[in-house]
Design a protein around this ligand. Sequence first.
Ligand code: G1P
Length: 290
Amino acid sequence: MKKVRKAVIPAAGLGTRFLPATKAIAKEMLPIVDKPTIQFIVEEAIASGIEDILVITGKGKRPIEDHFDANMELEQNLSSKGKLELLQLVEETTDINLHFVRQKRPLGLGHAVLQAKAFVGNEPFVVMLGDDLMEDEIPLTQQLINNFEKTGSSTLAVMDVPHEETSRYGIINPESEISKGLYNVSDFVEKPNPEEAPSDLAIIGRYLLKPEIFEILENQEPGTGGEIQLTDAINTLNNTQRVFAHQFTGKRYDVGDKLGFVKTNIEFGLKHPEISGELKDYLKDLAKDL
Ligand code: G1P
């Protein structure tokens, strides 16, 4: 069985949910306390044994490339001032095998992933969406890889969401639970209304896919929202080879949503060695007046 070595991070979206902040800044560069959201995704990939990462970018996404590039001026400045801890933080983002390709037209997530065809070649790979930060003892991407090593099949991560929120996600129709938290799936449906949703199990932005997905994506017609949907292509793939759903039981931070973004900043702030104490006192004080 081929080893899973490559990850694809789609980052071409316009970030309209965060306007005006994202007018000139890529949404993937918005920080959680002091780290851009995309860096958490890259760190999850590396912690899961991924060796090469392709970021699908679009217009205005140069800051992502710069973030993972060396910045000699800044490094020299920090080094000459003896700010070695900061220097280490700046340098640790540059040793990663990152590649970039542009999605020239915003035709949807499926179309973005299709831009990775040449990079991926004939290997299984993972797709990691930047809107979800995951926390668990074993990184979620590693969990998917562990599943793949047992089943040899494509697998994507799902999680229970409130029924009224199904229209924000791809939703699965689980057929049977073949082992704890691993489902056979009969349908994958993109953003169904709650009345039509086959379950409350939502796709949460981590996919392990076999390369046959590309042939399907090449011919995929636009679906929900007039966009070429990855979920639709996965549904087709599931007709010819099994695509499993793995239920994630760790903690998910939805940083693609305004409220989720603010909550994540607070929770990560409470864990941040530099500010946790003062932030806790501040929140306690604030809570008195609520
Ligand atoms: C995308 C997928 C959707 C998935 C979601 C997870 O939607 O199309 O199936 O559930 O990511 O975050 P988006 O949030 O890009 O609209």
